[in-house]
Design a protein around this ligand. Structure first.
Ligand code: R5P
Length: 315
């Protein structure tokens, strides 16, 4: 159904502060929606205003508790569809389950694909997301996906630090392309590490290509979860003579335990993440800087609504 030219933004309970910031950027009020839980734990959603014919955006990162937040998003989309919304865009700043995007052993699921299927089946017309762990996940959807990146924002921030003897570090093969882009943006050399995962949430970093001796590493990640990867990378870099003044850049700060202990490392100068995920004060490691993606998401939402290109936002 084509929308009627009006736009509304609603937020689930996963990151309402980001929803409010995006609404402020757009100069609109957040739409009213009641979300509660029955005693049984089942989720209840009711929109408090009409959405008939409207171009609706519903913001919900799939952060912890991921299954709760996912089902809440699905129920929000279902209610919008049944209330005759003109078009429904799921704004998912952090796409959970993205690290289960392929089978690495027999009889495993591909959960990132399954999540894409249920979001589409329940009624989303489009998806807006950021820095997917694997860019190919975009193709798991048969509806348009605007896949935005925080890389220019992170680059601009770190450029402001004026690190002359910096080296951009890709902690594993999956992030080399992004690290290369960052190195080009900042005109810095690149170092590449090799990581293997012998078990869930266990990282082993065994190899490094590039020169790091006497240099200040800037590690680029998509996600910091338990901090295991970062901890391994730091040890490998220090053993090769890197300076103990390390910056870590990542789009998504998941910070599951024991991230706090692992990231409380004397060689870390600063950890820079964005607010795609709400990070409560008690889950924030020391020396954490949080950049806001609200202007980027707001601008993208405006462009989607007005049907104009979003590609300018990649620079
Ligand atoms: C995996 O390849 C990702 O890019 C991250 O490196 C990883 O998910 C971070 O997880 P953790 O902090 O638990 O090592």
């Amino acid at each position: 159904m084509p929308h009627n030219g009006q736009m509304k933004l609603f937020t689930g309970t996963a990151n309402p502060a980001l929803g409010q910031e995006v609404a402020d950027f757009l100069g609109i009020s957040l739409g009213g929606v009641h979300i509660s839980r029955f005693a049984s734990g089942e989720i209840y959603v009711r929109y408090e205003e009409s959405v008939r014919g409207i171009d609706v955006f519903v913001l919900q990162p799939l952060s912890a508790p991921v299954n709760e937040n996912l089902v809440e998003l699905l129920i929000m989309i279902d209610a919008l569809k049944r209330a005759s919304a003109g078009r429904i865009t799921a704004v998912i700043p952090y796409y959970g389950y993205a690290r289960q995007e392929k089978k690495t052993a027999p009889r495993e699921p591909i959960t990132a694909r399954m999540v894409a299927d249920i979001i589409t089946t329940v009624g989303a017309d489009r998806v807006l997301t950021m820095d997917l762990h694997a860019p190919a996940i975009q193709g798991f959807f048969n509806i348009p996906v605007d896949h935005m990146t925080a890389l220019p924002m992170l680059a601009q921030y770190i450029r402001g630090k004026g690190i002359a003897n910096g080296v951009i570090i890709a902690p594993d093969a999956g992030i080399v392309k992004k690290a290369e882009k960052l190195a080009t943006m900042l005109d810095l050399p690149l170092g590449v590490m090799y990581k293997r995962r012998p078990a869930h949430n266990v990282a082993q970093t065994t190899f490094v290509i590039g020169e790091v001796d006497g240099m200040q590493p800037i590690i680029i990640e998509d996600i910091i979860d338990t901090g295991g990867s970062v901890e391994q990378v730091i040890e490998a870099l220090l053993s090769r003579g890197a300076l103990p003044e390390i910056h870590i850049l990542a789009t998504h700060g998941v910070f599951s335990p024991p991230a706090l202990e692992r990231l409380n490392h004397p060689a870390i100068k600063e950890i820079v993440v964005t607010n795609t995920i709400a990070i409560p004060p008690e889950r924030r490691p020391a020396n954490l800087k949080i950049l806001s993606v609200a202007p980027l998401l707001g601008d993208t939402i405006r462009r989607i609504h007005q049907n104009i290109s979003v590609s300018a936002l990649f620079n």
